[in-house]
Write a protein that binds this ligand. Structure first.
Ligand code: AMP
Ligand code: MG
Length: 407
């Protein structure tokens, strides 16, 4: 039998993304609930932030022209706490002012209270000649009226939620959540809680993929319809696919996409729709399937846990972000030095589980087998090793931090 040519990962990703037409529907959600959602509108500010010039220190608002020298004593003509509306600053006086309070008209600098001395007669001695505009935060320094603070396609996180709130947005328009049906295939699979560890039958293993895939989907803003474990036979697989295709945008499965007799995904999906089995030139994670069942996309991940995990992060994650209209769907890689030697070039591009040490060098998990889920917990990122390459200690390598991939 001829082996099909392996497909480069970048080609597979491009082909997959070409299928991911952004969902047409959007919804309005409270800014409070918008973490992880993708903006479906530009957020344009109707005001300046900060709204007025304000003090960034506790101290005194002054007219610089009146403080030619250090040590000048001046009377305090008003007190301006945060939230107050000040009077114009009377000539020949200073104003007591607190952090965040508006700078009174006429004042052109703040002297921090550490640079002053309160006198018994109520006046204050200014111990430092301030620079122009010192300790004043200017109106519009953060945001000017009419500017776009967050663009459509931005995936919102805590800082973006705060920014949206700072321009007065109680709600924002976001892409609707993709609906994803999830199932695991494999007669060997058992759910934790169903059988105790000491009572496991020979050949049985716990279903680990279901747990991380479900969480990965939820983190990406999906609604998950979990169909559990589907046994290795054609009828059950077809039944599950029919159910999964109803009302879902994506059917995601793990296992059963190799070309063995016990791999039923291919014929079942082909019977109901269409399917391409891809052999991707990546390790872990060679077998991968994309197809359609009715209107739903179908993606079949390999069964080996690490393969499933890595192919999700590198292929399914961009796919789901694109469905939501995200502007950026792939992670930013960084270059870091290897603190190990890698003398085993592979004809497939490899993603090694690695971790940064305190010096910013990368250490490798000793067992890189695609079944060793421990490696993915130990790691804080993936090293992207081009096909056919070796790595010597000290070489810069391309590192994809898991912090971004899991966000
Ligand atoms: P498959 O792709 O179905 O041939 O599975 C490849 C390997 O992954 C086999 O050793 C399976 O037992 C294992 N596997 C498949 N699905 C899961 C799962 N949900 N959880 C843990 N291991 C799995
Ligand atoms: Mg299987």
């Amino acid at each position: 039998m001829n082996r099909p040519a392996l497909r480069p990962l970048d080609d597979a990703l491009a082909a997959l993304l070409a299928q991911a037409r952004p969902l047409a529907d959007t919804e309005s959600v409270p800014t409070f609930e918008a973490d992880g959602r993708v903006l479906a509108e530009d957020l344009v500010s109707a005001l300046q932030v900060p709204p007025q010039d304000n003090s960034s220190m506790d101290g005194y608002a002054v007219r610089r022209a009146e403080i030619a020298d250090e040590g000048v004593p001046l009377p305090v003509s008003q007190r301006i706490p945060a939230g107050a509306a000040p009077q114009p600053l009377q000539p020949g006086t200073v104003a007591r002012i607190f952090t965040g309070a508006p700078v009174p008209e006429g004042a052109d600098a703040i002297v921090m209270q550490e640079d002053t001395q309160a006198l018994d007669d109520g006046r204050v001695r200014i111990l430092k000649v301030p620079a122009a505009g010192e300790w004043i935060r200017r109106s519009g320094e953060d945001i000017t009226r009419g500017s776009t603070v967050l663009a459509r396609g931005e995936r919102l996180g805590p800082a973006a939620q705060g920014l949206a709130a700072s321009i007065g947005r109680e709600r924002v328009q976001v892409a609707r959540r993709p609906r994803v049906a999830l199932f695991s295939t494999g007669d060997e699979l058992v759910m934790p809680g169903q059988v105790a560890p000491e009572a496991m039958k020979p050949g049985a293993i716990y279903n680990s993929n279901r747990f991380f895939l479900r969480s990965l989907l939820l983190r990406l803003g999906c609604e998950v319809r979990d169909l559990g474990i589907v046994p290795d036979n054609r009828a059950a697989t077809i039944e599950a696919l029919r159910e999964a295709a109803r009302d879902n945008d994506l059917i995601l499965t793990s296992g059963g996409v190799s070309v063995g007799e016990e791999d039923h995904i291919k014929p079942a999906v082909q019977q109901l729709g269409s399917l391409d089995l891809w052999q991707i030139a990546m390790k872990p994670g060679k077998p991968f399937a994309y197809g359609k069942v009715a209107d739903a996309h179908f993606i079949g991940l390999p069964g080996n846990p690490v393969s499933s995990f890595v192919t999700f992060l590198l292929l399914v994650r961009p796919f789901l972000l694109k469905l939501q209209g995200a502007a950026r769907v792939t992670p930013v890689a960084v270059q870091l030095p290897a603190n190990f030697d890698w003398a085993r070039p592979d004809k497939r591009r490899e993603f090694l589980r690695a971790r940064r040490d305190a010096e910013g060098r990368l250490a490798l998990f000793p067992n890189q087998s695609s079944g060793v889920l421990t490696s993915t917990v130990w790691a804080d990122g993936l090293i992207d090793v081009p096909a056919g390459s070796t790595i010597a200690r000290g070489d810069p390598v391309r590192f994809l931090p898991l912090a971004e991939l899991l966000a």
